[in-house]
Design a protein around this ligand. Sequence first.
Ligand SMILES: Nc1nc2c(ncn2[C@@H]2O[C@H](COP(=O)(O)OP(=O)(O)OP(=O)(O)O)[C@@H](O)[C@H]2O)c(=O)[nH]1
Ligand SMILES: [Mg+2]
Length: 497
Amino acid sequence: MVRFRRGPFDRSHRDEEDPFAHMLAPPSSESLEERERRLSAETEAQKRSDAIDEEINKQRMAERRETKHLRILLLGQSESGKSTTLKNFQLMNSPKAFRNERASWRAVVQLNVVRSIRLILNLMSEVNGRATPTPAMAHSSRPETPDFYGDHSVLGPELLKLKMRLAPLQQVEEALLKKLSPPGSADFEATHLAPVTNLPYSVRTGKFVREIAVHSNSQWKGAFTRLVTSVRTSMGSGADVDFTEDPNDPGYILNACAADMITLWNDPVIRSLLVAHNLRLEDKAGFFLDSLERVTALRYVPSDDDILRARLKTLGVSEHRFKFKNTGNMVSNDWRIFDVGGARSLRAAWAPYFDNMDAIIFLAPISGFDEVLTEDASINRLEDSVLLWKATVSNPLLKTAQTVLFLNKTDIFKAKLDAGIRFGQYVVSYADRANDYETASAYLRKKFAGIHKQHSPLPRMLYCHLTAVTDVQSTQHVLANVKDIVLRQALENTKLV
Ligand SMILES: Nc1nc2c(ncn2[C@@H]2O[C@H](COP(=O)(O)OP(=O)(O)OP(=O)(O)O)[C@@H](O)[C@H]2O)c(=O)[nH]1
Ligand SMILES: [Mg+2]
């Protein structure tokens, strides 16, 4: 019979083959007394060995607690409010550091202002272009809208002069972009807004006008280090920050254009033109036109609220580290929060971060029910959020993560419903239910919860909040709640509860 060796732990042959077995065996002449002494010594040795093992295990556990950080991933479409939520975390955790960065955000607010004004100027150019059709336009295949020749009559000479006087804003834009991302840096292309063109408005606002964006791992705030170090009060109003020391500060031109910008924004003709073209600037990201006097002041330093409202698109994925004080030391107080770029083309970069997340915060901006995606005008924003939510909750890599849903931008959602925009016109299944905030938000809550329940690979809780993450107070409350949920789960995971 052929015998197979079954491996190193095959006991049937061990004694014959182990060269130490013979040496370690008790002597054959061992007396009963000697045997007892030997066994007692062996028991003692075993106890010591067990104690050492236990100590090593304890150390390992402690090390694991120290190195195992709690991980939260922020997900959602572009402009859903992920980076704004991150700013709230920063404000909650280290308000001093957050406020020390005010100087950096000043340029972003200024860029936001320029962008809003440029949207108005672009619209004026288009309307003006219609007033004096070139022969090419006259033969253009572009369908004539009923107001094709009508708009020009409303743009009087005063408005046209105003438009010319605001032309230097383009220089401001260039200067600010250079500050945020110097030429040659990886961000220059991404941050660069296209110059004002004569392309039709719909085309310019679609593909050709790039949004201000900064790569998540770039050091754009570093460009402002000199200014940051000159911020002498980190908590105060920043009144003693002197930007006027810099002769090239774009704030000079912006300040000089302030009165004209205010006149333009408050002009009733411009307002009705915006309404006629369905351009609700006040709902757009980075809207500061109602605070022009304040934000164009030479010594302007953004408030907390301004920083939360400032819009800077994220490219890539960025990791942010926090040390939160926990109750007790059962779990790590080391937190990592991951902020991703939400535009469609950037979503492929998310997947490597799905593994091992303690929680995801998914932001669905419910105010987008009547809007389309900037990157793809054929897709309704709310529909995109719903599909993204479904894909997220059904992802097997995220099955053990706690799911927190923020139905965000409730302030804009409410304002739209109050203004008479009908939810049921865009969400057919809503039919003719009441067009009020309570009914519509409850409907959305139920729909998102239904998808979560139906598509989660494992049964799990859903923590859903109606949020406006630009509102610091209510958001801090919600985030404290999220922190508790993550901590509680982490404690359960360590089987210490
Ligand atoms: N009114 C209002 N504005 C909001 C709210 N949440 C975010 N915003 C604004 O919407 C804009 C977009 O928010 P971000 O946080 O930059 O969006 P994001 O999800 O990080 O977008 P990407 O970086 O492109 O993926 C910013 O100007 C915010 O201030 C909200 O609840 N209400
Ligand atoms: Mg972002």
